[in-house]
Design a binder for this molecule. Structure first.
Ligand SMILES: Cc1cc2nc3c(=O)[nH]c(=O)nc-3n(C[C@H](O)[C@H](O)[C@H](O)COP(=O)(O)OP(=O)(O)OC[C@H]3O[C@@H](n4cnc5c(N)ncnc54)[C@H](O)[C@@H]3O)c2cc1C
Length: 373
């Protein structure tokens, strides 16, 4: 399989389809092998809504993709610490899965127009059976992490997909910083759907969901009971920069650890690394340099945020960060350099935005609340 002119791409997800489109535009033949029977693999999670503080203009200019057609800029973005709300700069939202509104559908149609061949229901057990130079874009797949020697954790959590019956909430993004997860809990509303995810790379007992449900009711008034449990979900866990070339194969997306170490955002990493993977087919060294350049500060960001997340009472620390943008804004801006495609002004504007018109008294009252949460 695979010829001089043909490139094999493993995985019809975000990174794989972006890479295929770029290669097909250059006139190469591309064959995509996908284990799922249809579009939107990774089925336990999809349809799902993902939020991202992507720098849309820079990403569109750098990739040459019409990213504005794939993402919706949200209206409201709120972070809750406990039940206290912090304003955020709105994020972009993107739908994943096989519905007509999903980015997967858009990329698939673009790729098909360019003549990319898709083989659904084609599961590859051993990626090393594929020709060297193939692109491995298998997302969070444990056997691929093993094959390419990538350390990985087993995440746990709960997710929920529900119909949204309140159109005024369309485009809203919510996140919760709370002691019941050291990673994240978030919710998005788009395309008539509500999506919620409570996730941790550490264990996630049922009591965590009980507590999250209480916060959900107190903050948004939402009550849902059809939660799905996520168990043993592989997640790359390394401080090392994302990988591109391993044993003659080209890694892209989550398979190569292209995930933001600060907040677990993976959408921009999948898109950018998909483009770089396509470039690596003809110029591997140049592409590897480019990925290295984009991820220059990855390790610093990863070590810093891992240490913060592991601190006892880290939720309280985040409240201090949000309460003192003058001190922490510049730090977040610098850290953002470790994350390609990331809107670096986002953090600064998030924390500044919350404090518009707030006096010292209010901030001190925030600080007092730190000790009661
Ligand atoms: C539930 C959930 C919520 C998330 N929320 C956010 C968010 O809000 N914001 C954000 O920025 N990021 C989020 N992320 C992360 C982000 O979505 C991912 O990092 C990104 O989509 C990864 O893209 P990818 O192309 O690497 O993999 P995917 O898009 O997952 O594609 C991988 C494809 O490879 C296929 N495959 C796997 N193994 C094989 C095999 N052996 N043979 C053939 N095919 C195979 C799979 O079926 C799948 O179709 C979330 C991830 C999940 C799972």
């Amino acid at each position: 399989m695979g010829t001089e002119k043909e490139t094999v791409v493993l995985g019809a997800g975000l990174a794989g389809m972006v890479a295929s489109i770029i290669l097909a535009r250059e006139g190469r033949e591309v064959r995509v092998l996908e284990s799922a029977k249809g579009l939107g693999g990774n089925s336990p999670f999809h349809p799902s809504l993902h939020a991202t503080p992507i720098d849309m203009d820079k990403v569109a200019a750098w990739t040459g993709l019409d990213t504005n057609r794939m993402f919706t800029l949200g209206n409201v973005s709120e972070t809750f610490i406990g039940t206290q709300v912090f304003y955020q700069k709105p994020m972009y939202i993107v739908e994943r899965g096989n519905r007509s509104t999903a980015i997967d559908t858009y990329l698939f149609e673009e790729a098909e127009k360019l003549g990319v061949a898709f083989e659904f229901g084609h599961h590859v057990k051993d990626p090393k059976e594929l020709p060297k130079g193939s692109i491995i874009a298998t997302g969070y797949h444990p056997s691929m992490y093993k094959a390419f020697n990538m350390p990985c954790a087993k995440g746990e959590g709960y997710n929920l997909i529900a119909e949204n019956d309140d159109p005024s909430l369309e485009g809203n993004v919510y996140s919760w910083i709370a002691p019941y997860t050291k990673d994240y809990a978030y919710g998005c509303v788009l395309n008539g759907m509500r999506y919620l995810l409570l996730f941790s790379r550490f264990s996630m007992p049922k009591e965590a969901l009980d507590q999250f449900q209480k916060d959900l009711k107190a903050t948004l008034g939402w009550e849902h009971d059809n939660w799905g449990a996520i168990r043993n979900h592989p997640y790359p866990w390394t401080f090392k920069r994302p990988k591109l070339l391993v044993d003659g194969y080209i890694l892209a997306g989550a398979a190569g650890n292209n995930i933001d170490p600060m907040g677990g955002f993976g959408i921009h990493g999948a898109i950018l690394s998909g483009v770089i993977a396509a470039r690596a087919v003809s110029s591997p060294e140049k592409a590897a340099e480019e990925l290295k350049r984009l991820n220059k500060r990855f390790t610093v960001a990863a070590v810093t945020f891992e240490s913060l997340k592991r601190m006892p009472a880290s939720a309280r620390f985040y409240r201090i960060v949000l309460s003192y943008p003058e001190l922490f804004g510049p730090m977040m801006f610098l850290m953002g350099r470790g994350i390609p495609g990331y809107d670096r002004n986002w953090c600064t504007e998030v924390i500044n935005g919350y404090h518009k018109g707030r006096g010292l008294g209010e901030r001190l009252s925030d600080m007092k609340k730190i000790f009661t949460y």
